[in-house]
Design a binder for this molecule. Structure first.
Ligand code: ITT
Length: 197
């Protein structure tokens, strides 16, 4: 059994990843570990931000941990909001304001191609006490709807329609979203790697 601390304050991410965990893994959340801090995301890439989040939590706990940073990359907006997805419309991190800004910026634009990209950073202490850093990426291609559809999920889910479906993520339950999602792809690679250790 591998025990891992998940360095995130996002409850939706925790729920999605918990739903994918098999019997060989135990995920501990920051609140379960009694940690209450706002983890910084100061960098220009998902990879650097993921490393920052995992490093902050590892240095506090010395425990094996992972984090993930996710961005919505919209082709016609030169991959924006990307690494700035949480704060696209301002520091308030307001889901509705972020969606409104995307829809406004895509008004009259025909190319609605987009993808979600998740980068997981794992900090793992091997038996010889050597700490190593590993990255796992998951991409979900799709497009941006013209209006919001559905009420489930979080963030940009109401406007993102994955390739292979005609429903938005917000019209899917968690199991359906997991069949397509960036997060599921990245976390599957993480669990496969840990199983191989
Ligand atoms: P942590 O840094 O604490 O993990 P966060 O909410 O700040 O949580 P990110 O910076 O990785 O997470 O995510 C950026 C934003 O992208 C997030 O606030 C959501 O609005 C959006 N987002 C991430 N994953 C998403 C998903 O699966 N569906 C829809 N929107 C998502």
């Amino acid at each position: 059994m591998h025990t891992l601390l998940f360095a995130t304050n996002n409850k939706n991410k925790v729920a999605e990843i918990q739903s994918l965990v098999g019997p060989d893994f135990k995920i501990i959340t920051l609140s379960e570990a009694g940690i209450d801090i706002d983890i910084p995301e100061p960098h220009d890439t998902l990879q650097e931000n993921a490393l920052e989040k995992a490093s902050v939590i590892f240095s506090m706990t010395q425990q094996n941990c992972f984090s993930e940073d996710t961005g919505l990359e919209i082709t016609a907006l030169k991959d924006a909001p990307g690494v700035k997805s949480a704060r696209y419309a301002g520091e308030g991190r307001d889901f509705q304001a972020n969606i409104d800004k995307v829809l406004l910026n895509l008004k009259d634009i025909e190319n609605r191609t987009a993808q979600f990209r998740t980068v997981i950073c794992l900090l793992w202490k091997h038996a010889n006490n050597k700490l190593q850093t590993y990255y796992f990426e998951g991409i979900c291609k799709g497009h941006i709807a013209h209006v919001m559809q559905g009420e489930k999920g979080f963030g940009y889910d109401p406007i993102f329609i994955p390739e292979g479906s005609d429903k938005s993520f917000a019209q899917m339950n968690m199991e359906e979203k997991n069949e397509f999602s960036h997060r599921q792809k990245a976390v599957t690679k993480l669990f496969e790697f840990l199983s191989s250790l």
